[in-house]
Design a binder for this molecule. Sequence first.
Ligand SMILES: [Mn+2]
Length: 402
Amino acid sequence: MFRFIHCADLHLASPFSSWRKLRPQTARELALAPFAAFDRIADTAVSEGALFVVLAGDVFDTSAPSLYAESRFRATLEKLNAAGIRVFWAAGNHDCGALTNSELPANTVRFSGDAPELHTIEQNGRIVASVAGISHAGPGERRDLAALTDALLADAPGFRIGAVHANIDGDPDYEPYAPAPLAELKQGHADYWALGHIHRRRVLCERPFAVYSGAAQGRGVHEPGARGGVLVEVDDAENAALRMFDVQLFRFETLTLDRIAGADDLPALEKVFRSSLPEIKEALFLRLVLAGGSPLNARLRALGQEELTELFLPALRAKLPKADLESVIVNTTGLPNAARREGLAAEVAAVRDSLDLPGIAAALPLTPAELAGFTPAEFAEISREAEELLLDYLAGDLEATR
Ligand SMILES: [Mn+2]
């Protein structure tokens, strides 16, 4: 039995630039989080007795990482080196030019961008695994890196791992770098494809495994949830078992409150907010979205971002002490004007009474049998809903009803 760890998309030295202006201290904390996340992955490798770690690209956010970023990365590689854990790094679109000509710690292989390489891993003097991979040669990689890598695995000994940063099966949310169809991976020689590029955790298939570990630290509300790496345990019959483990220092989540029409003052709105909060006890950055009709619409819209954050932070902290607000988005609309609505009600009722309902029913694309399927109570309900809808349209903001 042996274990290895697969991770990807660390995006070390990601700038978090959108935070800098408003909250420089927070920007600093966020910028350090990916380094700490990688360090936690290394700690997991050590504590789980992993033989090696596969980095499937976008280790750095940039091909020209700062000396600080490089030194933090090297420190973690050295920690793995000291524990006798090897590291295989297949660079992606973001880090294709990073540390290409630098000497790395003795445990670390950075795959070339020119041609795939194959390395074997021994345990107690016996080869238990082969790792093949190739880096992106430059930004905008269009070669089928999986196919190139697979060719090397054909006669490789032990459990076979292919490491590439690639868009498998053309995920439209991500750039089409190193594209390859999943069918090709399934028919190839690998037992496990360690993939990077897609930031969500995803097991594309088993036998062989084709796995996106996802990013190790979310970088905004577009990357919500728990994140980390994959611990793979391979038994002596080369059956693999996967365990996703979390390392993120912060989580990002979005909470949308779109039923706040009844909250007509601040305490009422705070109460809805508190009771809707997720039970996430760890460090959390929450985006609060207020939507739908609200009697507080105009007063909410009058506030700036800083004021909104200050307004809701105490209620958030009261329930989740480690949470912070990423932002508060006000997408509310006004409630339909009550007085105007009342004035229109009689007119709408008069229209309803003048309608030739049997005639309308006959014109519907329904058979008499289908129409007969509605009970009188259901007809009354449909009629009432239609009336409300018409009143909303006539008296209020159209969006308030959608
Ligand atoms: Mn990435």
